[in-house]
Design a protein around this ligand. Structure first.
Ligand code: S3P
Length: 425
């Protein structure tokens, strides 16, 4: 993908539906009784992987543009898949479905692409095994392919060493099939979409601080689900609109759940001019975001805010390289086990563009300021890396080439069209 410099970005954009919420709507809709109508569903490769897994387990799912109808059969309505469940590139699909599969009365195998097969699964194998599950990494390396033999489960109180919504959700979903209540305590609160949606569909869920609990065998009832715009997709336009001089962009209906809104806070801490309009605080909170170009400066990003912006850190690293002063990112060691090692990949690629950046074990130190130039950068098939560098490419001097730029399909198939659609050439 060749990216050329753009002068300013102007106009309105409705970003695609939230990826985390779209996955959950299909999964929980499959476990509810009745028809779940999902509006503004994210039709990207990751969410289609989730759909195909549930279709293989006997759930009928119809897709029309932007709307999905899931014919849920209840908590015990899934049937044994005839072949391997393919989660593609999606860690969320793999880890959440594992929790559901652990309590079924059939066996199944879950696998995916090379990136997925290198991602750590012991973080779910450990708590599921404590619940009595039979889940094995087939190669014994703690990664997928996973073989899961459904077993009766018992509820546990799991103290998770990592702030991960995928781990938390996996354990809570297994808890729906367990004997007795299940709870999870995390070191820092991670995104709470599972808790919100399970409760909305009728489960008994309680949350206090960084602990949440579910009661087993809820009767989940289908309800319409409206998916808000994904703040992780909006992040590229927030950064581009703030950095490109003379820009003004209105991003419509973006999810601003406080467990996901760290990007908003960091943009403001860096001096970004962002106004929230039409705020709606019911269920999953949303707002329109008005972005105006601003002169950005460095900041320190660490501690409890990290899980609320974990997927936005590649974009933040690029923003910091264009801002004045130094930005320090700490406590983000999870970046090393995402779709790529996002610390290494961002450092290597930003250096190719002339940035002054160092990687640390758990983050990055970025000295902003030097003007960045075009280069040939490798996305390592990581969608968030590709989109972050597309934003760098519209701002730097000279053309930027992104290798494997089409991996944006994972979360945002129309990304390049939307970016160029806002361009004032
Ligand atoms: C997700 C949780 C996060 C995030 C991922 C989506 C989810 O991962 O990075 O893109 O939908 O639960 P972790 O839970 O591993 O931090």
């Amino acid at each position: 993908m060749e990216i050329k410099k753009l002068h300013s970005l102007k106009g309105e954009l409705s970003v695609p539906g939230d990826k985390s919420i779209s996955h959950r709507a299909v999964m929980f809709g499959s476990l509810a009784r009745g028809t779940t109508r999902i509006t503004h569903f994210l039709e990207s490769a990751d969410c289609l992987s989730t759909i195909s897994c549930f279709e293989k387990m006997g759930i009928s799912i119809q897709r029309k543009k932007g709307e999905v109808l899931v014919e849920g059969k209840g908590l015990h309505g899934l049937s044994a898949p005839a072949s391997v469940l393919d989660a593609g590139n999606s860690g969320t699909t793999t880890r959440l479905i594992s929790g559901i599969l652990a309590g079924q009365n059939f066996s199944s195998q879950l696998s995916g692409d090379d990136s997925l097969k290198s991602r750590p699964m012991n973080r779910i194998i450990t708590p599921l095994t404590m619940m009595g599950a039979d889940i094995k990494s087939l190669k014994g390396d703690g990664c997928a392919p996973l073989f899961i033999t459904g077993k009766p489960l018992k509820g546990i109180h799991y103290i998770s060493p990592v702030a991960s919504a995928q781990v938390k959700s996996c354990v809570l979903l297994a808890g729906l099939y367990a004997e007795g209540p299940t709870s999870v305590t995390e070191p820092v609160l991670s995104r709470n979409h599972t808790e919100i949606m399970l409760k909305y569909l009728g489960a008994e869920v309680t949350a206090a601080g960084t602990t949440c609990s579910v009661c087993p065998e809820p009767s989940l009832t289908a309800r319409d689900i409206l998916v808000p715009g994904d703040i992780s997709s909006a992040a590229y336009f927030m950064a581009a609109g703030l950095l490109a001089p003379g820009s003004e962009i209105l991003l419509k209906n973006v999810g601003i759940n406080p467990t996901r809104d760290g990007m908003l806070k960091v943009c403001r801490a860096m001096g970004g001019n962002i106004t929230l309009l039409n705020e709606n605080r019911e269920g999953e909170p949303t707002a329109d975001l008005l972005i105006r170009s601003s002169s950005l400066h460095g900041t320190v990003i660490e501690g409890d805010i990290i899980p609320t912006l974990i997927d936005e850190l590649p974009m933040i690293a690029v923003m910091a390289a264009f801002a004045s002063g130094t930005t320090v990112i700490r406590d983000a060691q999870e970046l090393r086990v995402k779709e790529s090692d996002r610390i290494q990949v961002m450092v290597d690629n930003l250096r190719l563009m002339g940035a002054d950046i160092e990687g640390t074990a758990d983050g990055m130190v970025i000295h902003g300021g030097p003007s960045l130039h075009g280069a040939v950068i490798d996305s390592h098939l990581d969608h968030r890396v590709a989109m972050s560098f597309a934003v760098a490419g519209i701002l730097c001097d000279g053309p930027l080439t992104i290798l494997h730029g089409d991996c944006v399909n994972i979360s945002y198939p129309d990304f390049y069209q939307d970016l160029y659609g806002l361009a004032e050439l």
